[in-house]
Design a protein around this ligand. Structure first.
Ligand code: DQA
Length: 155
């Protein structure tokens, strides 16, 4: 069975109360619960990690590879814009990775438009709110397994 890891970086633990006009009002837990249901419909295993610390995120990427994970969904938060270390970790393990953002990083401050991580990812999905994660899951499953029917969205 395919295994997908969803990794969220700094400040994403505050979703729900953090700038809801930018990031929406779903908590990280509710996003994860929805993804879990969608993953079940695809028949893939999924698990979740969040940290506010760069090294912990890198350790998690290494560990996911060692544990035989098939792909990653990664929202690196502000690390997107400057963490060469996270970029190198993705490149080092070679797991298909989709970078996701709730907000549209291309329509905000200039510094957010640049991702140092996207060039080593399969792709970047930005601006669809919580649906960015669902779109990333769809794309990963499709890449890893071939096309499957889209899951019904309940939330
Ligand atoms: C974010 C966008 C980043 O620029 C920001 O630093 C975040 C969240 C997003 O999901 O829209 O923390 O990754």
């Amino acid at each position: 069975m395919l295994r997908i890891k969803v990794i969220n970086g700094p400040n994403l633990n505050l979703l729900g109360t953090r700038e809801p006009q930018v990031y929406g009002d779903m908590t990280l837990e509710s996003i994860e619960n929805r993804l879990k249901r969608e993953a079940e419909e695809y028949g893939v295993e999924i698990d979740f990690f969040q940290s506010n610390h760069e090294g912990a995120l890198i350790d998690c990427i290494h560990e996911a590879a060692r544990a035989g994970c098939s792909g990653l969904i990664l929202n690196p938060g502000a690390y997107t814009h400057y963490s060469y270390a996270i970029r190198d970790a993705i490149a080092a393990v070679g797991m298909p990775t989709v970078e996701v953002h709730l907000s549209n990083v291309h329509s905000r401050e200039e510094f957010r438009a640049r991702s140092v991580i996207a060039p080593v990812c399969m792709g970047q999905i930005s601006g669809l709110g919580a649906d960015s994660y669902s779109a990333a899951l769809f794309a990963l499953v499709k890449k890893l397994e071939g096309v499957k029917p889209a899951p019904s969205h309940r939330d």
